[in-house]
Design a protein around this ligand. Structure first.
Ligand code: B12
Ligand code: SF4
Ligand code: SF4
Length: 307
């Protein structure tokens, strides 16, 4: 099954034994502090995140995959272009990885006839970083990213839950951040309250992707010239500086239009035009209204800095 995963284009794969989440208390504290902002679904899913055996009846294992999506950031963007995080510069990864995970699940059911399987990538109540660490794929860094010791953190996590009795891998025991704290210090909005604790309400990724409605003036300032997501706390990480290599995956190839988003053009787009250009990308999450809000904020911030 692991061989099949690599043939399908995943960069690495491991198997986690499902058990109550050892960081359930951290999740409870994080939610109680209000750091999830308006992401109410995280509260609704909390019981299942704290015990992933509750997600699928009789689930016993998670097959966890990592897929490198790193691209060279390219030359500095044009004065009136908005920045898009690297993971969103290609076709929508939910679709690309969703298809691959379904093929992996088919292979698993071929090996274990009658096995139940369910696939997840960034959707659903699955504690994906936790499971990746338990499957031996790396550690959770101070920036909360899952860091693989040879790939870095510019990876997507994809999961197949199953009731099949697969041999689990050993969890990744080491924490290789050491005394480093570059990510915490580099965050442009000071969104980290402490190592491993992110106040999402200050995070540019949350504001530009998950937040609904208008920005307050303070929120608008926080997003800077980012139009979708943010990469700063990963860009500065020594593990990425050393190990991140551009992906050769054709389905994750970056699109020039997304590498430097034309903010003024985006402001002028109607819904149909937006769907034609970006309907198969992750920009559909905030949608045309959210992306126009982001474009207006980024343009105004750029003009404020460079009159
Ligand atoms: C909600 C969400 C967000 C929110 C909140 C982020 C956050 N840090 O919680 C926002 C919108 C801000 C966000 C941003 C981003 N996200 Co996001 N997000 C998610 C989602 C849907 C849920 C995460 C969650 O439950 N958060 C709540 C926190 C409390 O839980 P947690 O992140 O799982 O953290 C656990 C561990 O850290 C552990 N823990 C706590 N303390 C300690 C201490 C130690 C020592 C250890 C080992 C563990 C540990 O306890 C926590 C609770 O179980 C996941 C997908 C999923 N289903 O898991 C993707 C996911 C985490 N996101 C992802 C990505 C790519 C991003 C961005 C990089 C996108 C971008 N470029 O803009 C940024 C990065 C921001 C950051 N530094 O975290 C990837 C991460 C891949 C990876 N290699 O780690 C995921 C896994 C999606 C995927 N399938 O690929 N995201
Ligand atoms: S994604 Fe950007 S804003 Fe969010 S925590 Fe990382 S550096 Fe800060
Ligand atoms: S920048 Fe340093 S502290 Fe942050 S995740 Fe990377 S190694 Fe860990």
């Amino acid at each position: 099954m692991k061989r099949r995963a690599l043939e399908l284009g995943f960069d690495t794969v491991g198997v986690a034994a499902l058990a109550p989440n050892p960081h359930a208390a951290e999740l409870d504290r994080w939610l109680a502090a209000g750091y999830a902002g308006t992401m109410r679904y995280l509260e609704r899913q909390a019981a299942r995140r704290k015990d992933p055996r509750r997600i699928l009846p009789h689930a016993a294992r998670a097959v966890v995959t990592l897929t490198n999506y790193y691209h060279e950031p390219g030359p500095p963007s044009r004065p009136e272009a908005g920045r898009v995080a690297l993971y969103a510069r290609s076709g929508d990864y939910h679709d690309v990885l969703g298809r691959r995970l379904e093929r992996l699940a088919t292979a698993l059911r071929g090996l274990v006839p009658g096995a139940a399987t369910r696939c997840y990538v960034d959707a659903g109540p699955v504690p994906e970083r936790e499971l990746a660490q338990l499957a031996g794929l790396g550690w959770v860094g101070k920036n909360m990213m899952l860091l693989h010791p040879e790939l870095g953190s510019f990876t997507f996590i994809g999961v197949v839950l199953t009731d099949a009795d697969l041999a689990p891998d050993l969890p990744y025991a080491a924490d290789r951040c050491g005394t480093c704290r570059r990510c915490l210090d580099a965050c442009p909005t000071a969104a980290f309250v402490a190592p491993h604790v992110l106040d999402a309400r200050r995070c540019i990724s949350y504001l530009t992707i998950e937040h609904r409605g208008d920005f307050t003036p303070a929120e608008q300032q926080l997003v800077g010239d980012w139009a979708f997501g943010c990469d700063v706390c990963q860009d500065v990480c020594p593990w990425n500086v050393k190990f991140a290599r551009p992906t050769a995956d054709p389905e994750l190839a970056p699109r020039a239009e997304l590498a430097a988003l034309d903010l003024a053009a985006l402001l002028a787009r109607d819904a149909a035009d937006f769907d034609r250009r970006f309907g198969d990308t992750s920009l559909t999450r905030p949608g045309v209204a959210g992306m126009r809000r982001n474009a207006a904020a980024a343009l105004s911030n750029r003009r404020r800095v460079r009159p």
